[in-house]
Design a protein around this ligand. Structure first.
Ligand code: NDP
Length: 289
């Protein structure tokens, strides 16, 4: 078997086109959805992610600003930057690029963002809403995975979804979103005994580990859908996922590539969350959906 390769780039373009219509509807009423990205320090990978996010907003005609703050900024200064954005009517979505330098408490910083502008979905209010079932801002990467599955026509209800990884930004929200769609969900971690036993039982396998080529063909059930969230550099400096593409594509039914799979969806969903935030804050458009 050779897996059908899910083209995240094309699906992300479709999603952006759909959300552009909603953004245009707001603009016709005089509201331009606006996003602010804060980056602290000089991490090169973070700079690339931020540049991509700002570019995606510009392509959809959204207003965006990004604040580059020095690595030695105090927490009080950073919180005051966030407060200014909370009070800026042109800004509907605020995103603080993680990770932050160690002297800053990321939890405090996230909690300072107005939850109605928390387009990453990391504020406790929005995390709580995700647990109980309906958040306006699902975190962008798992949200993107859900849209990929839906647009590819992969059935979720009643299927066994296995997620490898339990981070707050990927693994846990991923599990909840799949659970809300009636999957039977297993979460595996670094402490899981006999990982392959679990992954081989997955109809939908999501890898969010952060280890290059970690999931190999022998760990996958024939015909399974395999979603690779990982972004890693291999020893040649090449971008690779958590899934060993060569061996897994011979076993899986569907597989996302890296690059060109989940990554473009993450950015598309950030744009979606920003437009939704603008709809909610302005009182126009759909409240959720
Ligand atoms: P974290 O490092 O926060 O979490 C990794 C998770 O993997 C942890 O829960 C850890 O378990 C688990 N893990 C580590 N080793 C093993 C193992 N041997 N067996 C089973 N589980 C293991 O990473 P993130 O969730 O933030 O990111 C995961 C990957 O996704 C990274 O490559 C990251 O770059 C990428 N990413 C991609 C995005 C995109 O847009 N495509 C967006 C965000 C992330 P434990 O909790 O026990 O330590």
């Amino acid at each position: 078997m050779t897996a059908h390769i899910i083209d995240g780039k094309t699906i992300a373009q479709q999603v952006r086109a759909e959300w552009k219509l909603r953004a245009d509807a707001l603009k016709a009423r005089g509201i331009t959805p606006g996003m602010a990205v804060i980056i602290v320090g000089n991490d090169p990978a973070s700079k690339v992610y931020v540049a991509n996010k700002v570019k995606a907003c510009a392509e959809l005609g959204l207003y965006s600003i990004h604040r580059e703050l020095p690595a030695d900024i105090t927490e009080a200064q950073l919180l005051s930057e966030i407060e200014a954005l909370n009070n800026d009517p042109k800004i509907h979505g605020i995103l603080v690029q993680l990770p932050l330098p160690k002297h800053l408490d990321a939890n405090q910083v996230i909690e300072a963002i107005n939850p109605d502008k928390d387009v990453d979905g990391f504020h406790q209010k929005n995390v709580g809403a995700l647990v109980t079932g309906e958040t306006p801002f699902p975190s962008c990467t798992p949200y993107g995975v859900m849209v990929l599955l839906e647009k590819t026509g992969i059935a979720i209800e009643g299927r066994h979804a296995v997620i490898v990884g339990r981070s707050n930004i990927v693994g846990k929200p991923m599990a909840l979103l799949l659970l809300h769609k009636n999957a039977t969900v297993t979460i595996c971690t670094s402490k899981t005994v006999d990982l392959a036993k679990h992954t081989r039982d997955a109809d939908i396998l999501v890898a969010a580990v952060g280890r290059a080529n970690f999931i190999t063909g022998d760990m996958v059930k024939p015909g399974a859908t395999v979603i690779d969230v990982g972004i890693n550099r291999n020893s040649d400096g090449k971008l690779v996922g958590d899934v060993d593409f060569a061996s897994v594509k011979e076993v899986a039914g569907y597989l996302t590539p890296v690059p060109g799979g989940v990554g473009p969806m993450t950015i598309a969903m950030l744009v979606a969350n920003t437009v939704r935030a603008a709809e909610r804050l302005s009182g126009f458009g759909k409240q959720i959906g």
